[in-house]
Design a protein around this ligand. Sequence first.
Ligand SMILES: *[C@@H]1O[C@H](CO)[C@@H](O)[C@H](O)[C@H]1NC(C)=O
Length: 338
Amino acid sequence: MGIFGTILVLALFICGFKITEAVLGSSPDFDFENYHEFPEIEHYVREAAWRNPSFVQLRQIGKSNEGRALVGVKIAREWPAFHLSVYFIDQLIRGYEVDPVITNYVNKLNIYVFPVLNPDGFIFSRTSKKSIIRQWRKNRAPANCTGYVNNKRRPMCCEGVDLNRNYDIAFKQTNYPFNNPCSDEFQGPFPFSEPESRAVRDFVLSPEINGKVHAMVSLHTHGQLFILPYNYHKQTYPEDYQELLGLAQQVSETIRALHGTEYRLGTAPDMLGAPATGGATDWIKKNTLIKYVYVIELPPELTTWFAFQMRAHHLLSTAKETWHGMKVVINRILIEYA
Ligand SMILES: *[C@@H]1O[C@H](CO)[C@@H](O)[C@H](O)[C@H]1NC(C)=O
């Protein structure tokens, strides 16, 4: 009963992505052509595990500020074996012992999928019709009253921490604008101040993952970008950057071949100009043995303003093409480690 290789797929944020058509099987029903609320996604995850005890295991790695479970599944045969991520779970469950490719994945790898790692922020973003709230990206940490808006002198109270700035990498109190509690990208008072980022840290450092997981993909919206480490500084790369880039190129070519969706590849500061400190994948690349660490910023492109929520009718095709890309990553892990 060996763990041959492992893929870790984490969906870290409140992104509006995802997705599928429902068929039969032991996967719970889920309408992938429309968005869903957090309780429905959580229910899907729990139900998927409950229905498939032979190879799907429920995992809870912690709780959010407001006490919601950070749940995902481990899909592995040997355990007596947010919407795109739910689609991946669905594909793996439906394909097992039906599609030889999927059966091989499940038999040889451990695959972890956490659809929503910021449930409080996700739920909050769905509570309003105001775009400022629907685009919410932070968690729901209590207000900090040292913030400001538009350089006004009067301090303001603002809620929430951007979990993807809260990791302990290049974190400095002087990092502007991440040190402003009213910024959408507020880094928090100190590294790992938030229960959600601590849960991910502890999970990836645990012996179950560290040294056994070889790839991790974090799904975000939006921009059609395939983001490699490092992002805390321009022109800063891990030693194996060329290997990471080579695989990323294969993935993006596979995706483009389907319906022409074109991803840009590179580090975020090299592509966009502005470094971002405290990022989850930067920290994971530096502090764990996980080799292939990526962020995928899903369609549409950055030039599409305020497009964090792609239109629902794009969900399914985006899910399908992204899943094809994931298979390229999984195949590489099988070749290198299985
Ligand atoms: C509020 O934010 C500032 C800036 O990051 C920080 O120095 C301070 O400790 C925070 N206060 C609390 C109560 O977290």
